[in-house]
Each structure stands twice: as structure tokens, then as C-alpha cells.
Design a protein. Sequence first.
Length: 303
Amino acid sequence: MGLQVPKLSGAPVRRSLKIALLGVTILVLAGCSEADQRQIRNLAMPDRASAEGPFTYELWKWAWVAAMATGILVWGLIFYAVVKFRRRSDDEVPRQTRYNLPLEVFYTIAPVLMCVVFFFHTVRVQDVMTERDPEPDLTVEVTGQQWSWTFNHGVGEQDTSATGEDDDFAYDSYVYTSGTGADIPTLVLPVDRTVQFNLHSADVIHSFGVPSFLTKLDVIPGRVNKLQVTPTVEGTYPGKCYELCGVSHSRMLFNVEVVSQAEYDAYLAELAEAGQTADDPLLGGSDVEDQVGLDEDSEGSNE
Ligand SMILES: [Cu+2]
């Protein structure tokens, strides 16, 4: 009993394969700018600018190593089977009822073991990211609202026993900066200081994150989530809302400027001079007149 398969002539197939491979290689190499190469070296992660960042990056890196090792093993086995068990003559059909018990036990247990290892390291890194120093160097009250951010910086002595909830705030007075969809706000932070962010939402669930810090946390109405970060490298970084929160979610951006302590103090004085002061942090709600950035009079467009 022979299987009737039309014969393909090898040469044209090999030639088109070669041309396709060449095309793909040229495309990939041509697309590699210096920024791309940096991205490749960083495995698509931004440069780490916080004390917590390396932990996330190590988890990411070793997940890649594990995935690549698994991939190479699987690809190797596929090609081995393709070559070794290829059909050698037209009337040959392999036995259809073979099995290999040790192999089946292996490919059941191995993925379970991999998941256990991934889970262990994920929890280990998560513990680092969610760990909180009871005495952070400063506390910033952050408000997420459709669709921008307000950053409230404390002035004077910090009371680290304050909960950040129910008007129990760490400072007696604040200076603040607020953005709109048309005017992206800037969060200024001192370098090498552990900052606690108390995250408040005035409406829906947002998520506060700075890619270069390699950490983020949800901003949930009705509760105060707390995230601690220690920025380690001075510079300007983009930040964003990571949770689809409505039609202008993509405009819910901010910039982060990590500066020296002296520059930070000068910045707070600047805000105070501009009259952006309050006894309590601005947490949205009655502080928000309407959905910012969407009225037609505001600068910028909604496109
Ligand atoms: Cu949002």
C-alpha cells in the first residue's frame, strides 16, 4: 500500500527558501539602529534607574534564558525527529501505535517543574518590590484621575506613622503640580532617596508606573495603595498609566525628573512661590472640575 504524494523537485524550493532567508536577514539588520541594539542588549527592557529595577530585570533575563533553553531543546528534538524518522520510500508507513513511557513521564513532569521554579522566583522578586521601609525618606501623594495626574509633595517634617488615608497625611502642608491631557505633568524626585507613593484614584482604576523604575502599582478608588521606589540615576524618564481607564487613557502620561536633593528643594520652593500650596493633598473628587483635557477650549487636540 503506497501513499501517493506528488514529488516536489528540490532545487526551486531550496532557491526560494534561500531568497526568503536573505530577505529576512537584510530586513532585520537594516532595522537595527543604535537604540535598537541597546534594546536588544537590554532584552527590550529600559535602563534600570531605581534600586528595585535590577530585581525585575534579573527575573526577566533568566526567564528568557529558561525559555531559550527550552526552545532550543524543543527545536532540536523537532529537527531530529524530522530527519531521523523521515519517510524513506514511497510505500512506507510508520507504525501508528508506538509510545514511549519514560518520554511521556518526562514531558509531563518537566513543565510542572519549570512552573514551580518560575513561580518561586516571581514571588521572591514580588516580595522585594512590595517590601516597604517603615521610614521612607519622603512620601508623595499621587492622584490618578481621568486623564492625568496630580503630584502632592510634602513640606516640612514627615510623620511616617501617618496612614495616608482618611485625612491622616504625613505632612502638615503640601505643594502640588497637576497635569491635563494637553499639558503633561512632571514628577520631580530626589536621587537616592526612598520615596513612598501613596496612590489615590478620583474615579476609576488606573496604574502608576515608570518603565525605567521597572515597577508599577494599581491606583484603585476607595483605597490607598503604597509603592516605594528609590531612584538611583539622575535624568528624565517617561511615566504612564498602565491600566486602560477610558477613552483618553493613552494621554495619561507624565515625566519624571530625578534630581539632586538641592534641586528638589528648589523645585518645592518654586511650586510654593507659584501659589500651588495646600494644607491637604489634592486627591481629585471636588478638586476636579471636569474631565481634564477634553473640553474644546483647552489647548491641544483630542486626536
Ligand atoms: Cu489611567
